[in-house]
Design a protein around this ligand. Structure first.
Ligand code: NAP
Length: 530
């Protein structure tokens, strides 16, 4: 069995004790083990901050972007190997594995291009200069400079490569070294990816470290110049936020957590329209893609009350076409859940939902998978439920079942009612709205825009172009209020914010301008961000 290694302080570390076992979710056979026992986290952190930090801060955005381009190319070159590992480790179909691997290389490439655009500067100028008193000589500017600590990235199991890449791209482009920790259950992919990047000597020493296993005492060592970016459950996030050391050092923490995302069918959308087809196609994809183990997956489907039977029948038809099984089998369109724990949570979760919703499709229990021995594997069929009363429902709005599970709910056809129901989720990553009625859209905007980090509008005009509400594009912010964690990642240059300190600098106009514009040549302008 393979023993996963960590890469810290410029060398590979293999633990001798404290292992957790990774299993193939189809066969349930062990495939690797991981532990971070024996890592000197103080030394690892010091190496990152003393070597990686200064090296990155010494480079321009264009140079950092160039490294991200090389990282993207190096990973893309080994794409097939990474896809295969993802399949073995997380049970994803080839198509779903590509979603993770290609999403990672595309995000790195996106930030590489952004680095080129930000050009040969090392910080960002934020807005215009401002005269601060009666004399134009006393002048102020806002400038964003990289923090001088390390960025600790803690990722969830479901996107082992994309999670690593989207966080690392922003931190490294901003000029901060990264210590990345994949979820242990799916760490095989991240270990391989970091090995590829180290072999290719993409980043300067100390810029990228990998911790396979627990974070040990790393978080207790962080200070005010460090950053934690976390993706995972609300419960783990709450524990991190309550950490006395992180509180006393006021270490920045970004959280991406659970989300009860909603898809709303507008009252205007008739069947046999492009908008209807997009709604049915996309909601089905959101239920089954990556076996529903996506933070952006649709969990609640809001439908005008008089259309609910129609919607239920259309979605049930689509779901009946899904083939659940071992992704090594060609006919299979949906793989198993990633771990035994995920399966147990899905079974428990559906049991809770069934107290207020009836099953339309699915059994609420483990199933056998096509092309897999009976009784083996963490398979759970696509599951559609229908809530008896959307207003009275509790768990449907509050409990995220992290699997191929969604519930249809009736609303009265007004944007205000839809918005009230969506808000019961306590803060979402994304809400998708399928409508061609600008009035309905505007009413929803007024009543509910603030409850989700992203509003995705599907209409006739864009129906052929829609990528799916669950797709996180690097140009758009990923994150949402409340239960979704209150964090923000990506969103183009906004994604760098977490790793930059905004400094308000005031003084003699000429010297402030020289500092802000990046050196002795005030004539050449630094990239400006408003
Ligand atoms: P999790 O159990 O909270 O674990 C997430 C990460 O935190 C893992 O790397 C885990 O490491 C680590 N971790 C756990 N306890 C920790 C501690 N005390 N200190 C430091 N690190 C700790 O979540 P998960 O089961 O992997 O992921 C599923 C959840 O993530 C779902 O609820 C989903 O909604 C959410 N999610 C959110 C997003 C988003 O972008 N908003 C994306 C994906 C997933 P180990 O694996 O070693 O325990």
């Amino acid at each position: 069995m393979k023993t996963l290694r960590s890469y810290v302080a410029g060398r590979w570390h293999e633990a001798g004790t404290g292992f957790r076992t990774l299993v193939d979710p189809c066969s349930e056979e062990p495939i690797a083990r991981a532990s971070s026992a024996g890592i000197d986290f103080g030394h690892a952190l010091a190496h990152a901050t003393r070597q990686g930090g200064p090296a990155l801060r010494g480079l321009t955005f264009a140079e950092r972007g160039e490294m991200l381009a090389r990282a993207s190319a190096a990973l893309h070159e080994r794409r097939d190997e990474l896809i295969q590992l993802s399949l073995e480790n997380t049970g994803t179909t080839r198509r779903d594995s590509k979603f993770d691997i290609d999403g990672a290389t595309a995000t790195l490439a996106y930030y590489a291009t952004l680095g080129r655009e930000l050009a040969d500067r090392r910080h960002l100028v934020d807005g215009d200069g401002v005269q601060l008193g009666r004399s134009p000589r006393f002048w102020g500017r806002h400038v964003r400079v990289p923090l001088q600590g390390a960025a600790v990235h803690i990722n969830a199991f479901n996107f082992p490569l994309w999670g690593l890449a989207e966080k690392a791209a922003c931190a490294i482009l901003a000029g901060m070294p990264v210590l990345t920790k994949p979820a242990t259950s799916s760490a095989l992919v991240a270990e391989c990816a970091v090995e590829i990047l180290i072999e290719a000597s993409v980043f300067p020493a100390g810029s990228l470290s990998l911790v396979c296993g627990s974070t040990g005492d790393l978080l207790d060592r962080l200070g005010p110049q460090d950053v934690v970016a976390f993706t995972g459950s609300v419960t783990t996030a709450a524990g991190l936020r309550a950490s006395p050391k992180l509180i006393s050092a006021a270490t920045r923490i970004n959280v991406e957590a659970d989300s009860l995302n909603a898809a709303i069918l507008g009252p205007d959308v008739a069947t046999a329209t492009e908008t209807w087809a997009a709604f049915v196609r996309e909601v089905t994809r959101e239920i089954m893609q990556k076996s529903g183990q996506k933070c952006t997956a649709v969990r609640r489907i809001l439908v005008p009350a008089h259309r609910i039977d129609e919607v239920e029948a259309a979605l049930a038809d689509e779901i009946d076409r899904v083939v659940v099984g071992n992704p090594r089998e060609e006919s299979v369109t949906m793989g198993p859940l990633a771990t035994a724990d995920q399966l147990r949570d899905a079974v428990d979760g559906v049991r809770r939902l069934r107290e207020e919703a009836r099953l339309v499709r699915g059994t609420g229990d483990r199933v056998d998978g096509v092309g897999n021995p009976a009784g083996r594997g963490f398979f759970f069929g696509p599951t559609l439920l229908r809530a008896s009363d959307a207003d009275k429902a509790g768990a449907v709005h509050e409990h995220e079942v992290f699997g191929p599970v969604a519930t249809v709910l009736a609303y009265d056809g007004t944007a205000e009612h839809a918005a009230r129901l969506v808000a019961r989720g306590g803060g979402m990553l994304v809400t998708s709205l399928y409508t061609d009625d600008e009035r309905f859209l505007a009413d929803y905007w007024t009543a509910g825009a603030a409850t989700s980090g992203r509003l995705y509008v599907g209409s006739e005009k864009v129906a052929p172009l829609l990528p799916g509400s669950g797709l996180v594009l690097p140009a758009m912010t990923h994150g949402g209020p409340g239960r979704a964690g209150g964090g923000a990642e990506l969103g183009g240059v906004r994604g760098l914010d977490l790793y930059l300190q905004r400094v308000a600098v005031s003084g003699d106009r000429a010297s402030v301008e020289r500092l802000a514009m990046g050196g002795s040549d005030p004539a050449s302008s630094a990239p400006e961000v408003r």
